[in-house]
Design a protein around this ligand. Structure first.
Ligand code: SER
Length: 321
């Protein structure tokens, strides 16, 4: 029986992963913890909630013991663009939450999932069909934290036998929770603007290709990897995963199939552009496919159709204006 703690449960992934896990394992077996109490109020399925600063190791440990947790999803992180505004804070939070997760997992015999990212790669990485095992050398503090997290998680596995597993997520697209401070956020914002104003000003240049994934596939990736047969895992921290790769023009064209009058212009954000240029154009995720059966369901067409439908419903029902 799984007893799961999701730390950072109010963030971009956590807000949807908690209900997804509660649906599978039962509400009472999935504890949602976040610093911000308000963010713990929106789950559809009831279950325990805890207010937790992941840097508070004592309270974190106590919660793991109290609920007899066996799996920690450590989703605490400042994203790439926010991280560049305050690198010392990003290091402190991203690494502090990881260190506590790994140490507590070691002492309490828990498995740990900590998402890595395409941000773990850098300008020296082969940009097309980026291999699973290749040069990393990121140039953002977010990426530096992600590479360190991959290495430290592998170390905890080899040295202490902690069952650490991870994926390198691309930009995640969802109609539920807006991302905050990421380089890939345009691929979410564009849908809200397309429906409301029929136009969008993109902060990344045309021709900027990045990997992306629709949230339902991202949630499946978390569960599938944590449920995978450990004897089949050659890699652990972290697997390349992707579902689609596009540039802003391709996404705009896809949106125009549904909203023909949609227009897009550009106003480049130099910080985000530089970050995006340092990341791969498209990942090779064949190891994830071979070792634990990764097989995403949504391509750009299916994702776009669903995003437009669901965001239109949010406007129609007055949930957003
Ligand atoms: N979506 C993240 C970001 O843009 C990438 O992992 O920071």
């Amino acid at each position: 029986m799984k007893r799961i703690l999701v730390v950072g449960a109010g963030g971009q992934i956590g807000s949807e992963l908690v209900d997804h896990l509660r649906n599978i394992y039962g509400g009472s077996n999935v504890v949602a913890a976040d610093l911000d109490e308000k963010k713990l109020a929106n789950y559809k399925i009831d279950g325990p909630i805890e207010i937790l600063d992941a840097l508070d190791g004592n309270l974190f440990h106590q919660i793991v013991k109290n609920y007899k947790i066996d799996t920690i999803y450590n989703l605490v992180a400042l994203l790439s663009a926010t991280g560049e505004k305050n690198p010392t804070l990003a290091w402190k939070i991203n690494m502090g939450a990881l260190e506590n997760s790994l140490e507590i997992a070691r002492q309490e015999n828990c498995a740990v999932f900590t998402p890595s990212s395409i941000g773990a790669f850098g300008p020296n990485t082969p940009a097309d069909n980026t291999p699973q095992d290749t040069v990393m050398q990121p140039t953002t503090i977010y990426g530096v934290c992600k590479v360190a997290a991959e290495l430290l998680s592998n170390y905890y596995f080899y040295r202490f036998g902690v069952d650490t597993r991870s994926v390198r997520f691309p930009g995640i697209i969802s109609y539920v929770t807006p991302p905050g401070g990421g380089t890939t956020d345009y691929a979410v914002e564009i849908f809200y603007e397309a429906i409301k104003h029929k136009r969008y000003t993109c902060y990344l240049k045309r021709g900027t290709f990045l990997d992306m994934m629709y949230m339902p596939d991202a949630l499946d990736a978390c569960v599938q990897l944590m449920e995978a047969d450990p004897t089949k895992l050659v890699h652990r921290n972290a697997f390349n995963v992707t579902a689609m790769s596009f540039d802003p023009e391709m996404l705009a064209d896809e949106i125009r199939k549904h909203i023909p009058e949609f227009t897009m212009d550009y106003n480049i954000d130099p910080v985000k552009q530089k970050i995006a240029d340092s990341w791969p154009n498209s990942l090779d995720d064949s190891c994830a496919r071979a070792e634990w059966g990764w097989n995403p369901k949504y391509n750009i067409a299916a994702m776009t159709m669903d995003m437009l439908e669901k965001i239109q419903e949010k406007y129609d029902n007055g949930l957003i204006s």
